[in-house]
Design a protein around this ligand. Structure first.
Ligand code: PLP
Length: 376
């Protein structure tokens, strides 16, 4: 199989798998007093320290979670639930459903939501951000990179505006960790979410970065794990393997991203030069190097996906978490596409494990698939 759906999830890195296997034997509960517990606690602490080093942040600022969705929920609920007077939230309309659905829940509790606008390439209109700010604005939430188009958002500028108005800033970094140097500390980011399975780590684990001094209260109730900020017994083998995956990703990050970007560009160029009626979705200038999203006239996204799958190429239509439903993509709708076209965004997302031969094979298969669907 040629796997080009890495924004949905990535295969486990061998280095992460090795650590995962090894640490499965560390079965103790990190809260237990006995030897087994102490061993687990030591591995947890070692993982936390390594992660803090890799991210160049203080270990006290890291909260392990079950993934990106939980990290985003923790951040948003922890801002608004304790203080519903801060009843205004500013969002981009292209956020992941983990943010949008949490916002919808908060709006039922009385939090008002303002959306920033994006243009036809999915670029944010930052000029409207300051106009949307109110005295009761409790949070600004904008993702670092979009999972469907790969668009990169101006995190520095948003952080700067948020700082000027003393509003906490939540940045969903799920699609950039392991691909882009984050430099979290030098930016004015209060909350940052990450998910292991997007950078060749195991599924069901991630973390929330929480800046010191940010006003926030733990929204989940339970034990005192994670300094009382996230209750629940830690999944230590997964945490250790996530850290190994990030370490591996960062070792060759720059070279890998150059190579992946060249492969993505080869794919894009090849598709646009052999297939008529292609439309690029997203910002051609400011995109993560691994992502290509496009629509092909006369080709329903779902049909292309199924035929590509039958030919051994895995891609996706819209957001992976929503695939299975025939809903138009909310990201493409926000960019002004008609609903019938917003169903047809084909997303190719690469990783460091893809090869030139795979891209060339895809460039042979896709035109055949398009001919079959178009009937000529
Ligand atoms: N945020 C973005 C941008 C994502 O792409 C995803 C997953 O697709 C998530 C959040 C949710 O992460 P998780 O699958 O770890 O819950």
């Amino acid at each position: 199989m040629i796997y080009l759906d890495n924004n949905a999830t990535t295969p486990l890195a061998p280095e992460a798998l090795a650590v995962y296997r090894e640490s499965m034997e560390v079965f103790g509960n990190a809260s237990s007093v006995h030897q087994a517990g102490r061993r687990a606690r030591a591995l947890l602490q070692e993982s936390r320290e390594s992660l803090a080093q890799l991210l160049e942040v203080d270990e006290a600022n890291l909260i392990f979670t079950s993934g990106g969705t939980e990290a985003l929920n923790l951040a948003m609920l922890g801002v608004f639930l304790p203080d519903l007077k801060k009843r205004h939230l500013i969002l981009s309309p292209v956020e992941h459903s983990a943010v949008l659905e949490t916002a919808r829940y908060l709006s039922r509790l009385g939090v008002e939501i303002s959306f920033l606008q994006v243009d036809s390439q999915g670029r944010l209109d930052l000029s409207s951000l300051e106009e949307l700010v109110r005295p009761e604005t409790g949070l600004i939430s904008v993702m670092w990179a979009n999972n469907e188009t790969g668009n990169l958002y101006p995190v520095d500028e948003i952080a700067e505006i948020a700082r000027r108005y003393s509003i906490p800033f939540l940045c969903d970094a799920v699609q950039v960790l392991g691909k882009v140097k984050l430099d979290i500390k030098s930016k004015n980011i209060d909350f940052l979410s990450a998910s292991s399975h997007k950078f060749h780590g195991p599924k069901g684990v991630g973390f929330l970065y929480l800046r010191s001094g940010t006003v926030w209260q733990a929204p989940l109730r339970g034990g005192r794990q994670e300094r009382g900020r996230r209750p629940g017994t830690e999944n230590i083998p997964a945490i250790a393997a996530m850290v190994a995956a990030l370490k591996r990703a960062q070792q060759t990050q720059v070279e890998d991203q150059c190579r992946v970007t060249a492969l993505r560009d080869r794919l894009q160029k090849g598709i646009f030069s052999t297939i008529s009626g292609c439309h690029l979705h997203g910002d051609p200038e400011r995109r993560v190097g691994n992502t290509l999203n496009l629509r092909i006239e006369g080709v329903a996204g779902e049909s292309a996906l199924i035929r590509l799958d039958m030919a051994g190429v895995a891609v996706s239509v819209g957001a992976a978490c929503e695939s299975g439903s025939l809903e138009p993509s909310h990201v493409l709708l926000a960019m002004g596409l008609e609903p019938r076209h917003a169903m047809d965004g084909l997303r190719f997302s690469l990783s460091r494990y893809n090869t030139e031969a795979e891209i060339d094979r895809t460039l042979e298969i896709l035109p055949q698939v398009v001919r079959q669907i178009r009937g000529f």
